[in-house]
Structures are given as C-alpha cells and as structure tokens.
Design a protein around this ligand. Structure first.
Ligand code: NG6
Ligand code: CA
Length: 506
C-alpha cells in the first residue's frame, strides 16, 4: 500500500511537470503584420496564380496557414477595434468607418492587447494605419493630439490617422504631426472646404488620379481625398514613399529593441486606395496599381523578415499575419483594378468582398509563423483576430479582461485543430452567425449590391442559410428547405447577439 501510494505520488508529480511544461509561459517578441483590404485569394500561398507573393508565402508555408481565419468585420475600423480590444465591434456603435477627424473610440480605461502585453513586460509599438480615432473631439492638429494609441497601450506610435485616402495626409509621431512647420498650421474639416483651396470636384485639372465616387475633396500630391485640409505643407506625406517609410520605421523599431521583448503592430496601408506603388514597383504586376502594391507589400515583408534575421531574433519572434477585411476593386478611384484584373480572383472561391456579410468580407489570409517553434501546417480551425488578446495572454502568462476574445493559443500554434465554436461577423453594423459549416445571415435592410464598389453586401430582407461544406461560394440559400437548422442557429445567434440584431424593422 505504502509503495503504491509512493508510486502514485511520483506519477502525480511527473504529470504536474509535464502539464506545467506544456503551458509554461514564454515571452517571444510578437509582431502582427496587418494589411488593409488584402483578400483571401490575393496571395499565391492562398491560391493566387496571376500574382506571386513569395515573402508572404514563406509565412504561410513555413507556419500555420489558416483556411478559416477571420476578421470580425468587413471594414477597417471595427476589425481593428475587435482585434485590439477583444470585444465584438457591434457592441460599440462608434466602431464604424471613421472620418479622419473622429475622436478615439477605445476608452482609455478599456483592456487592450498592447496594455496586456505591457503588463507582461513588453515594449509596445504601432507603425502604420490607425483608424480608431484620435483626441476627444475638435482635435487641434498643431498641438499634442491625445488621447490616441499612446493612451491605449502603445509606448511608441508612428501612424497615419485614418486611411490613405482621408485627410490629414500627414504622419503622427507619438501624438505630434511629424515635420510640421509651426508657421504653416494644419486645419482639417470634414464639413466644408477652406476658402481658396482646390478640390477634386472643382479642379479636376489639378489631379493626377481621377476620382470615381467620393474622394473629391482636398487634393494632395495630385490625389483628391476624403475631407478638407489646409496648411501643413512640409508635413504632408509622399504617397509613393509610404511603404518604404513605414517599413523603415518598423525596421528601426525592431533594431532598437534589445532589452525587453517587444510587441509591434505593423499595419501596412496596402492595397487600400489610393494605390500608389513606388516607381520601382510600377508595372511589376500585370494588374495595374492594385497588383503592383501587393508586390510592393510582399517585398516589404521580405525586407522586414531579413531585419529580424540580421538582428538574430527571428527564432524568438512570433509573427501573426492577417488583413482587416476582404478585397475590393473599385473603391473610389479610376485605377484599372477591374479592367486589368484578368484571371485573378482576389476573394479566391469565396463570395462577396469588402463591405460584405458573405464570406470574403471577413474571411482573410491568416498565418502564424514562429521559426523553429511552430511546425508548418494548414489548419481549418476557425480563429478570429479578436482571439489574439486571450490567446497571447495565455502565451505570456498574463491575466486579461478577455471580453469576447477566446483562448485559441493551441490552434494558433498548430497544436490543436479546435477552433471557435461560433463567431458573429459584422458588416456596417449588420451581423451574421458562423458556426461549424453553417452561416446564418438574418434579414437586413440595405442594398444587395454596394452601389459604388459593386460588391455584394449579402443584405437581404429574407433569411439566408448556407452550408459552406457543400457550397463554399454561398450560392444555395437553404433557409426555406432547412427550417429546423435555421431555427436552431437563430436561437444560438440571439443568445449572443440579443434579439435586436436585425435592422429590418428599424
Ligand atoms: C469608404 C470609402 C472607401 C474607403 C472606406 C474605408 C467612399 C465613397 N468610400 O467610405 O474608399 O476609404 O470608406 O475603408 O468614400 S476601410 O478599409 O478603412 O474600412
Ligand atoms: Ca480595410
């Protein structure tokens, strides 16, 4: 008896150590490489044949390539909100595409991914696109712009405020407009033009890129933008140099961080409009500017990876790659994205795209790469960017207020195929329910086609039910033929979303 007890004690101790080993927190550097409007089918690793993305493909083919990786939303602001806070963006009615003058939509006392990592001892930084609002209303762009990324967890923030097509067209360095001449102050308005300033609408002769819809306010570098801006001449960015500029900032940051582990959110602006490849990438694809900027971005990833390697930290850096929403071709400028598309399918075999509740709106390229630690694998686990908060908290051994974020660490590291049971996806505050092989899209008011960009929104006044296993392209609505499934899914959906999910009656 005595001996037996001893043996079981030893076994108990051993399994404790084995268990402890499996969940032992580690603190590698963490980099999120985040694209703007890159589609599920835009990478050669995800099936593109008309364009080659060798550097992105390294991450996909030598890491975990997810076939069911999701953004929370089919537009930028809500997806970024979901990823950084771990909260479904439909819980915050301000989480919609924001003008460049919008106030910060993350509460400064709210939990965020960078805050959690800071508590775990990380240095934290964002380089690139922000688009979550700045200030508390009526920002004076000539003073310290706050609150912003620095107040929600980023030690270092070098950003563009909203989008490349929105004013102000300047970089903001830790709350200050970079390169601003105090004698030439900046004013920004989304209501009305400043007297005497040219606009795309009234002065098309001054533009080098033509607007198709929207985008006819202030002209900067020959490109008409959304919103009006005056002054700040010396601080204005150069569009064709933006990719190089952000790359250098990201490389510099990585080179400077030696003492502590770092978290870098590298948010590239490509291939969002206006698509402005550097001249050395012009014509590199056969697809016009949209293809060219994807090649440029791929080159940036390659250069960035080289830097990690040169600094001797590639093995100790976990890289997560994704995109904020699905692809769009014409998003407001004449740039031949449709005309020169050829056989390329930016959404792969999925239906819809940016702005859509169909799969291509939110299902995006999603890869996890960690040289020497993560073994190459294609995973069909359903994971969402919103899950990074809980999952990375688990990785580094830190507590987090997880909100809607679920711990998917095992799936992210390729150790398990178990993903989320369900996910609510969002398009312009309208929501749908994804679970197993099923998608339920409840009735919503709105146009089935986004009038300007010709993308199918999936809005319909009828219930839609799709089985992705048999019908990845969402062509066969089973709502009528399978009422029991519809009812069951609706019940699950309402349990999370509440009964007021539909915009049909309001
Ligand atoms: C839309 C813009 C579009 C793009 C989008 C934001 C018009 C007509 N369209 O309102 O060009 O800027 O907002 O894209 O202005 S996102 O990727 O940041 O969500
Ligand atoms: Ca986007």
């Amino acid at each position: 008896m005595h001996v037996l007890r001893r043996i079981s004690f030893v076994i108990g101790l051993l399994s404790f150590y084995i268990l402890a080993e499996a969940i032992k927190p580690v603190k590698p550097n963490i980099v999120i490489i985040y694209f703007d409007d890159l589609g599920y089918g835009d990478l050669s690793a995800y099936g593109a044949s008309e364009i080659q993305t060798p550097n992105m493909d390294v991450l996909a083919n030598e890491g975990i390539k997810f076939s069911h990786g999701y953004a929370t939303s089919s537009t930028c602001t809500p997806s970024r909100y979901g990823m950084l806070t771990g909260v479904y963006p439909w819980r915050n009615e301000k989480a919609r595409i924001l003008p460049g003058s919008a106030p910060l939509i993350i509460n400064t006392d709210q939990e965020t991914l960078p805050k959690m990592l800071k508590r775990a001892g990380y240095q934290t930084a964002i380089v690139g696109k922000w688009h979550l609002g700045l200030g508390a209303g009526n920002v004076d762009w000539n003073k310290h712009i706050t609150p912003g990324p620095n107040e929600v967890g980023f030690d270092h923030a070098y950003i563009l405020a909203a989008t490349q097509d929105r004013v102000p067209t300047v970089y903001i360095d830790n709350g200050y407009v970079a390169g601003l001449d105090a004698n030439d102050p900046i004013s920004v308005s989304y209501q009305k033009n400043f007297e005497g300033e040219a606009t795309g609408k009234d002065n098309p002769e001054l533009t080098t890129m033509k607007w198709h819809h929207g985008h006819n306010n202030s002209i900067v570098n020959g490109i008409p933008r959304i919103g009006y801006m005056k002054g700040g001449e010396a601080a204005k960015w150069s569009d064709v140099d933006m990719a190089d500029h952000f790359l250098k900032k990201a490389q510099d940051y990585v080179r400077d961080q030696k003492a502590k582990p770092f978290f870098l959110y590298y948010a590239l602006q490509q291939p969002h409009v206006p698509r402005t490849p550097h001249p050395r990438f012009e014509g590199k694809s056969v697809m016009g500017p949209r293809g060219d900027v994807i090649l440029e971005a791929d080159w940036c990833i390659g250069e960035f990876m080289k830097t990690l390697e040169q600094e001797g930290i590639l093995d100790n850096t976990l890289i997560i790659f994704s995109s904020d929403n699905g692809p769009v071709l014409n998003d407001g400028y004449y740039d031949e994205a449709i005309e020169k598309l050829g056989d390329h399918t930016p959404a792969g075999q999925l239906r819809g795209g940016k702005y859509s509740l169909f799969e291509a709106g939110t299902r995006v390229p999603f890869m996890v790469y960690w040289k020497g630690t993560v073994k190459p694998k294609v995973s069909d686990a359903m994971v969402c960017q919103m899950d990074l908060l809980a999952s990375l908290a688990k990785l580094v051994g830190e507590e987090a207020i997880v909100g809607d974020s679920e711990d998917m660490l095992s799936a992210l590291l390729g150790k398990s195929n178990k993903g989320r049971k369900s996910l609510i996806i969002e398009a312009n505050a309208k929501t749908a329910y994804r679970t197993g092989e099923w998608v339920l899209i409840p009735p919503h008011k709105g146009k089935p086609l986004s009038w300007y960009s010709n993308v199918e929104t999936a809005y319909s006044e009828e219930f839609q039910l799709y089985n992705l296993k048999d019908d990845l392209g969402q062509e066969r609505n089973l709502a009528e033929s399978n009422p029991d499934k519809l009812k069951a899914l609706l019940k699950e959906f309402e349990a999370i979303r509440g009964k007021e999910y539909s915009t049909i009656n309001n």
